[in-house]
Design a protein around this ligand. Sequence first.
Ligand SMILES: O=C(O)C(=O)C[C@]1(C(=O)O)C=C[C@@H](O)C=C1
Length: 276
Amino acid sequence: MKRIAIQGFEGSFHDITAHHYFQGEQIQMICCATFEEVFEQMKNDPTVIGLTAIENTIAGSLLHNYELLLQSGMTVVGEDKTHISHCLCCLPSQSIKDIKEVHSHPVALMQCRKYLSQHQNMKIIEADDTAGAAQWIAENQVTGVAAICHADAAKLYGLTILENNIEDNKHNYTRFLVLSDPRKADMLRPINETNKSSLVFSLPHEEGSLSQVLSILSFYTMQLTKIQSLPIIGREWEYMFYVDITYDNLVRYRQAVDAIIPLTRELKILGEYKAA
Ligand SMILES: O=C(O)C(=O)C[C@]1(C(=O)O)C=C[C@@H](O)C=C1
C-alpha cells in the first residue's frame, strides 16, 4: 500500500490527480492542510510519497512549492497533468440569489476571476482547498455560502451544483509533481523511461551567463519546457533558476549537465523522471 501526502481533502484536485497517477495501485491518502505539512509528513517517514501542484495554465507557478521542494531535499519521481474544471455549489436549499460568499482555494479563485467579477455581490473567501470548502458547507449546513470545486467533490459532499465550468478558460490544466525521499526514489520511477529532468541553479552576475547555459542545453538537443526564476532571499537581485528539460537520449542529457556545471553555481538535480 502506497501512502500519498497531499494538500487537501477527499475530492480535491490533488486527490483526483493522485488516484489518476497511481491508477490500479492500492493507495492511502494523507490529507494535509498545507504544503508545508506535506513535506513534514515526508520528512518524518521516508516511505511517504508527496504530490504537490507546481504550475497552472491560468494562475501560473506555485512559487512557494519550488522553495519547499528545494529546502526539503526531496526528489521528483514523476509528474501528472490534470484538466481543471470548477463548479459553483451550495446546500440544496439555496439558490444563486442566496449566495453572499464564495469559498475556495486561492488558485481555484484565480482561475474563476472572470466569473466572480460578474458576481460582485459575492464576497470571496480563501479556503485551504476546494473540496475542503465544500465539506465545510455540508458539515456545518452553512447557508448563503457557495464553494468552488470539482463537480465530483460537490456530489461527494451532497451539494447542489448552481453552475458548471466556471473557469475563465477551458484550457485550464495543473501540473503536479510526485515527490519522494531520494533513498526511495528508484523504486518509484521507471529508470529506462526517464526523459525529463528538473534542475535548479544560480548564476554569476556576468553578462550572458544565462544565455550561455541555455545555448549549451540547446547544443545537446535538450528541449527546455519551463524556466522559472525566484529571488534568492538575502542576496538582492540574485536569482535561482528552475529549469525543466526533456530529452530522448540519456547520455546526451548527462553530457549536457556536465557541460553546464562550470557555468552555474549550486546546481542541483531536483529529479529525473518520465514526462507526463
Ligand atoms: O484545492 C484543491 O482542490 C487543490 O488540489 C489545490 C489546487 C492548487 O494548489 O493549485 C490544485 C489544482 C487547481 O489548480 C486548484 C487548486
